[in-house]
Design a binder for this molecule. Structure first.
Ligand code: PNS
Length: 163
């Protein structure tokens, strides 16, 4: 019997949105194991700490059984090699994402030929969502309750003063 395919959906997740969750739910059905990899990036000015992001992802994905939330630093392909992961999952929202995603997929392939990138188009109802835009509109008190999980909404509201 062939081994289940291990995949990773990596990103900043500052914070996780309903668009991310859509991709996670769908990717979890395609692969035997799916890791959600939070990039440790000390240079990036993040709103949520690493631990807060981990907790929010855990809470909003606890209905999905074959996933694990992890941190990684350095090259994603190196993390994959160490952990026997062969697929990188990426979501695309619109044609505007394609050029960047293709560039990353080609670079990752160049860095490790055994790893494939699988691109999943986001559900159209989430195609305009990004973590940055959510933070921007919340700064002006916009209603974002359909765009992020409930636990994220609560934590975002607590941090409104920092936006
Ligand atoms: O949420 P993002 O910003 O779209 O995620 C981008 C991410 C984390 C997947 C990408 O920046 C990444 O893989 N960073 C780790 C360093 C790396 O491997 N860089 C080479 C990418 S071709």
């Amino acid at each position: 019997m062939s081994k289940p395919i291990k995949a990773i959906f990596a990103g900043s997740f500052d914070p996780i949105t309903n668009g991310h969750i859509d991709i996670i739910e769908r990717a979890s059905k395609l692969f035997g194991e799916l890791k959600i990899g939070i990039l440790i990036n000390p240079n990036k000015n993040a709103l949520f700490s690493m631990e807060e992001r981990l907790e929010l992802i855990r809470k909003s994905t606890d209905h999905i059984k074959n996933i694990e939330v992890v941190f990684f630093e350095g090259l994603l392909v190196d993390y994959c090699k160490k952990n026997d992961i062969t697929v990188l999952v990426r979501g695309i929202r619109s044609s505007a994402d394609i050029a960047y995603e293709l560039q990353m997929a080609h670079m990752n392939k160049e860095l490790d030929d055994r790893i494939e990138t699988v691109i999943i188009p986001t559900n159209t109802k989430y195609s305009f969502i990004s973590s940055s835009l959510i933070k921007e509109v919340l700064r002006f008190n916009a209603n974002i309750e359909d765009l992020v999980p409930k636990c994220v909404l609560e934590e975002l509201k607590k941090k409104r003063g920092l936006l």
